[in-house]
Ligand binder design. Structure first.
Ligand code: ADP
Ligand code: MG
Length: 664
């Protein structure tokens, strides 16, 4: 077809789809790289298969690779592969027709949708994403079938040109002549970033070459360049000619400089990608070191992961991946995981929540699912039964791993518990199936630092407080109560994570007769001496009056008990329900003025066995009584929650005054 020049119209109903593609893909401009490089990889994979089945005889020294060549000077990006190439008919079929029918489907289905989806590549539109950044796009391709090479070019309208190409090698070269607005893509660092993002694990070696950096020389022989990290590329520089007139006045062409062989010497590029990412290997082939190294490389997280799960499934669908449990400390940093989704080693997107259950988003990992129907929009993914199955499978695997570890490697499980518990608790609240699998492996750390699950907790305290689990949220603040518990041989568990409050409500809803109560909730009967009815009634009335007056709190609840420990004068208790209510309001920051609800559900418990309390009762008119009352009340408050600033100021002033009094 050497001199046949073909000029055609792209078969498409819509006048010009490119402005629309451009507009849609605005946010994801860089995906053209993914599309073109993955096409190049596909072309090589196909040729390798053909060679395997004997349809193609590959040269002995074949070196399959994809080259991305950029030049800021020329404003070009080239994607070159030595894959199977295309014949003229194939260019016609795959580029001129198929891709455009894909484009019209695309338009048809998504014309009303505003957001750009990760679908362009899955509509056979991949190749045309080149126009997102280019004024004109050229293809030079030579098929393994041995026909003449073809040159195709198109300026983003609906017309194209096809002529002969001087390409000699089998394979395809795509040239993007960048649009003025998109010259940044010819920048080495920019393009390297994009290649890292999308192509890090593609299955064919990928190299990046900055053509501007090549050193231009006259032809040199390979062996004359000593450094092995240098690469020589020879080409023929056309002769320089000039138009002149001969002695008869006829025009003639004069050669000023003859054509000559030239070469550029480039730094030998290094392979950018890992063609056998760890997830494609069998778990038996991977060492702990491999997993850790992969983690650091992919997530740039230099803290070691705690442990990981290698997913490897062929049936009923194909899914491979590695999920890492990172070391997180929810209290100090916001935990944000990343799950990277791949389709046959081609990066698709981060954190597609339709595929990965939301609570697993705290993990870091890679998932490769070639069967994933990504040719639909995200809203369709949500309702896709297959996607739901994938998500369920992942959840199940995670639960199996964790509950298995609880059963067979309890020591490590306990060691990791502090890091992983927020994640597990969150998962339990989000997913009933996960809860069912995990419920016996949820641990509660008791006052002795021992880890128990719920049934063990209940069992241990069956005699003393059946079906109630006492818990402390702050070991320092609540130390007075903790000591009381210890003295009486009672147990409580430590629940100091933000997620624990909603989580215990969840556990209560799942276990109807189980109740959680904070350690300062209600005085357990064990702390009190038994008293006859009405024995303390008179005392209570009298003390109540004195305290209310001294504290100027008319509606304070006051109770008098005989506590076994006579060293404690007073304690404040708050009903579990009121406290949860207050916490909730704080959380939704409605609590600016909690004083409005102040004291609701709060009780000041005075200990009739305590000397000071007895003194107050007997000397209610004495000069210092209101000072004692205030001090006792503040001390009781302190054991329960921090004082407000103004309360604290008064408390300190009063304490100093008391010491001065003692010093007199
Ligand atoms: P898809 O990759 O989804 O098929 P594309 O628009 O990316 O859609 O490509 C359309 C077709 O063009 C491909 O299926 C392939 O047949 C052909 N093609 C694209 N790039 C190349 C290439 N580098 N080498 C050989 N064929 C190619
Ligand atoms: Mg493609």
């Amino acid at each position: 077809m050497a001199d046949t020049k073909e000029h055609g119209n792209l078969s498409i109903n819509s006048q010009n789809i490119f402005p629309i593609i451009k507009k849609w893909m605005y946010s994801d401009h860089d995906i053209f790289i993914r599309e073109l490089v993955s096409n190049a990889c596909d072309a090589i994979t196909k040729l390798k298969k053909l060679s395997l089945i004997g349809e193609y005889e590959e040269p002995d020294d074949v070196d399959y690779k994809v080259e991305v060549r950029i030049s800021s000077k020329n404003k070009t990006i080239k994607i070159i592969d030595n894959g199977l190439g295309m014949t003229k008919d194939e260019v016609d079929e795959y580029i001129n027709q198929i891709a455009f029918s894909g484009a019209s489907d695309f338009l048809e289905k998504y014309k009303d949708k505003a957001d750009s989806e990760q679908i362009i590549g899955h509509f056979g539109l991949g190749f045309y994403s080149a126009f997102m950044v280019s004024d004109t796009v050229e293809i030079d391709t030579k098929s393994f079938k041995g026909q003449d090479a073809v040159h195709w070019s198109c300026d983003g309208g609906t017309e194209y040109d096809m002529t002969a190409s001087d390409r000699e090698a089998i394979g395809t070269e795509i040239t993007l002549n960048l649009n003025e607005d998109c010259l940044e893509f010819a920048n080495e660092y920019k393009i390297r970033d994009i290649l890292d993002k999308y192509c890090s694990f593609m299955p064919i070696p990928i190299y990046l070459v900055d053509e501007d950096k090549g050193q231009l020389t006259e032809d040199v022989a390979e062996e004359d360049v000593l450094e092995t990290d240098k690469l020589i590329r020879t080409f023929v520089k056309d002769a320089v000619t000039r138009e002149e007139k001969d002695e008869n006045g006829e025009p003639k062409t004069v050669e000023v400089e003859p054509a000559k062989k030239m070469a550029t010497i480039e730094k030998r590029p290094v392979m950018l990608n890992d063609i056998h990412p760890l997830w494609t290997k069998h778990p038996n082939e991977c060492s702990d070191e491999d997993y850790k190294e992969f983690y650091t490389k992919v997530f740039h997280d230099y803290k070691e992961p705690l442990f990981w799960i290698h997913l490897n499934m062929d049936y009923p669908f194909n899914l491979k991946g590695i999920l890492y449990f990172p070391k997180i400390n929810i209290e100090y940093e916001s935990a944000e995981g990343v799950i990277k989704l791949y389709n046959n080693q081609v990066f698709v997107a981060d954190n597609i929540k339709e595929v990965i259950p939301e609570f697993l988003m705290l993990l870091k990992g890679v998932i490769d699912c070639p069967d994933l129907p990504l040719n639909v929009s995200r809203s369709a993914l949500q309702n896709d039964g297959f996607v739901k199955k994938i998500s369920d499978y992942i959840t199940k695997k995670v639960a199996d791993k964790l509950s298995g570890m609880y059963k067979t490697d309890k020591e490590n499980y306990e060691k990791y518990w502090n890091d992983i518990n927020p994640f597990i608790k969150y998962g339990c609240m989000k997913d009933d199936k996960f809860y069912d699998k995990m419920k016996d492996a949820i641990l509660y750390k008791n006052l002795e630092g021992k880890y128990l699950n719920l049934s063990e907790c209940l069992e241990e305290n069956k005699e003393k407080h059946e079906n109630t689990v006492f818990y402390a949220t702050d070991e320092t603040e609540q130390s007075q109560y903790i000591n009381l518990f210890k003295e009486e041989g009672l147990d409580a568990v430590i629940l100091n994570n933000r997620i624990d409050q909603p989580f215990i409500s969840h556990v209560e809803s799942k276990n109807e007769n189980v109740k959680f109560a904070r350690i300062d909730t209600d005085l357990s009967d064990t702390f009190k001496e038994e008293v006859k009815e009405d024995e303390l009634k008179e005392l209570a009335e009298k003390l109540s009056e004195t305290f209310k007056k001294a504290l100027s709190k008319d509606n304070l609840n006051i109770k008098v008990e005989k506590l076994k420990n006579d060293q404690i004068p007073a304690i404040i208790t708050l009903s579990e329900q009121s406290r949860r209510m207050q916490d909730m309001m704080k959380m939704y920051s409605m609590g600016q003025d909690l004083a409005m609800f102040g004291g609701e559900g709060e009780t000041l418990v005075l200990n009739a066995n305590n000397e000071l309390v007895q003194y107050i009762e007997k000397n209610s008119d004495a000069e210092n009584v209101s000072l004692f009352c205030e001090q006792l009340y503040d001390l009781a408050l302190l054991g329960h929650a921090p004082l407000k600033p103004e309360e604290m100021t008064k408390f300190i002033a009063r304490s100093n005054k008391i010491m001065q009094m003692l010093a007199k």
